[in-house]
Design a protein around this ligand. Structure first.
Ligand code: ZN
Length: 283
């Protein structure tokens, strides 16, 4: 055990160093990279924003910072100094994450966390607020966060992974090959073999490879317990653990697995349950 004298000496030495080299907080801005930027991105993800956690201060991070600065009344310059960090930390303290349990509904949650249904709904980008799924993670904004969420709007925007006709929708159908009635957990988007398949939102690749009937597939994890699934590809262009950006090409359309022709089978899951992608994708 160290003596009190030794501890006192260490403290004095640290204090002396702080006087000689006053800690000057680095102002983070676009183009920078490193641990500070990584920490900033983590903070933004804790606030429920989808970002690629790569330690690089790119335009995505800058735009998000500008939006938040504008919403809280700071100069919207995209420069992250003490004031902005302080604001982000304050926001983080005001957000509660809640994992949906059987029997939860927004009214109940709004009452429990002393906020409103609209706040929860808009902050989480819920398109179908009547249908909460067990295991789904919601970020519940309280006080000042509610103001910000209103001005930033929907948090989780998806892009179409492939443009094409929907050859089979979500829900019950007669399987084109097996001829039995079964539940189709995704949508089939018809497209020519080799068409680029794009990430519907930024996230991390948590599965890549052959999934039997689902063929060569990629699964991307996003915030909020949400995953997106891309099946029947002819070629996979990402690796396990890759961070991908929204719109990045992750595979090429094919007909691997159980498929009658080239198409993408696109799925969205919240926790373990599929949801109808058409309710989530832009019209
Ligand atoms: Zn399908």
């Amino acid at each position: 055990m160290r003596s009190i004298l030794q501890r006192t000496l260490v403290v004095c030495l640290l204090l002396a160093l702080m006087v000689v080299f006053p800690g000057e907080a680095r102002v983070l801005q676009r183009g920078m990279r490193g641990n500070d930027v990584y920490a900033l991105q983590e903070l933004l993800m804790d606030l429920g924003y989808d970002l690629v956690l790569d330690g690089v201060f790119g335009s995505e991070t800058e735009n998000l910072i500008k939006d938040i600065q504008a919403a809280v009344g700071l100069a919207s310059d995209g420069l992250v100094g003490d004031k902005t960090i302080e604001t982000l930390n304050h926001l983080k303290e005001s957000i509660v994450s809640h994992t949906v349990e059987q029997g939860d509904n927004l009214t109940k949650l709004a009452n429990r966390y002393d906020t409103t249904v609209t706040n929860i709904s808009s902050y989480n980008g819920l398109q179908n607020p009547d249908r909460l799924l067990p295991g789904q993670v919601l970020y519940i904004p309280t006080d000042s966060v509610a103001t910000i969420s209103r001005s930033l709007g929907v948090r989780f925007r998806l892009e179409w992974p492939v443009k094409g006709n929907i050859s089979s929708g979500y829900g019950y159908r007669v399987h084109p090959i097996l001829k039995n009635r079964h539940f189709h957990g995704g949508i089939d988007i018809a497209a020519a073999e080799g068409t680029p398949v794009k990430a519907a939102a930024s996230g991390k690749v948590i599965s890549v490879g052959n999934r039997g009937n689902y063929g060569l597939a990629v699964v991307i994890e996003h915030s909020g317990g949400i995953t997106t699934w891309y099946g029947h590809n002819s070629k996979l262009l990402v690796r396990l653990g890759d961070n991908v950006k929204q719109g990045q090409t992750i595979a090429l359309v094919g007909r691997t697995g159980l498929a009658t022709g080239p198409h993408l089978d696109f799925r969205i899951k919240i926790g373990d349950q599929t949801v109808d992608p058409l309710e989530w994708l832009p019209k």
